[in-house]
Ligand binder design. Structure first.
Ligand code: CIR
Length: 255
């Protein structure tokens, strides 16, 4: 049974949002369009019944609107991460001040690094990607915090791609969507997999919100495959976030 979300935290992109980290060669984001797409994303979350807290831009932290990377939320605890990219570490103080009002806080400490984009919950188990951003220490620290709170956890070597959730996401329960050629499919035994076509990798970052599936606009084959689950699907324009390696999940913390 999936836990339903009642809240989301997002952060408005700042005027410096084009100065964040990226591996994409898609050009710089158009900031007015980025803001419009971000505002539309917020409206979708609200239309799905979530109470959305919108944090202001964080000066000097151009990637801070990818709030998912700065924390991992469970009903019991808010885990403040230690992002793998040093340029993103300035984000955590601000997110901690917000989350500390909502949950007991735990922290990933040095030498651990962990990005929330590497953390995927499937029912009672958390899959933690070991990636360019998340190391063994960070994954282990998070795992032990989760274990204390009654969860199972498993480390998955991500191989290529930015984060674990760049390649796999839940579509509800144990239904998962994978990018083509994902090397770690075996780690998810017992789950039902939809594997997208080569070229549709970006659409593997689909987002389940209380039974509705958000998918990035512009991937008709991926959308068709996901629609076969007979759950409502909403297309979301993500062209400008994609230029900064951002996807649907990273724009919010949901709980
Ligand atoms: C970064 O490279 O950190 C940002 N430009 C993009 C982070 C995307 N986060 C995510 O998918 N969870």
């Amino acid at each position: 049974m999936d836990l339903l979300f009642s809240h989301a935290i997002v952060r408005t992109p700042g005027p410096d949002a084009g100065g964040g980290l990226t591996t994409a060669s898609l050009g710089r984001p158009d900031i007015p369009l980025l803001l419009a797409q971000h505002a539309a994303y917020i409206e979708i979350l609200r239309a799905l019944g979530l109470e959305v807290t919108v944090l202001p831009p964080l000066p000097g932290c151009p990637d801070a609107y990818f709030v998912e990377d700065a924390a991992v939320m469970t009903p019991e605890v808010a885990v403040i991460t230690r992002p793998g990219a040093p340029s993103r570490r300035g984000e955590i103080e601000s997110i901690e001040s917000v989350l500390a009002k909502m949950r007991p806080v735990a922290r990933i400490e040095a030498p651990g690094t962990l990005d929330g984009g590497d953390v995927l919950r499937v029912e009672n188990r958390f899959y933690i990607g070991r990636s360019e951003r998340t190391n063994d220490s960070g994954a282990g620290q998070l795992g032990r915090i989760l274990e204390k709170n009654g969860y199972e956890w498993r480390v998955v070597p991500v191989g290529s791609g930015l984060h674990l959730k760049s390649s796999v996401n839940t579509l509800g329960g144990r239904d998962l969507v994978f990018a083509a050629g994902t090397p770690f499919l075996d780690a998810f035994e017992g789950c039902r997999s939809i594997v997208l076509d080569p070229g549709d990798d970006y659409a593997a970052n689909a987002l389940w919100i209380n039974g509705t599936l958000l998918v990035p606009f512009g991937f008709p084959e991926a959308r068709w495959k996901i629609e076969q689950l007979s759950r409502p699907v909403i297309d979301v324009a993500m062209t400008e976030m994609r230029k900064m390696d951002g996807g649907l999940t990273c724009l919010s913390l949901r709980f």
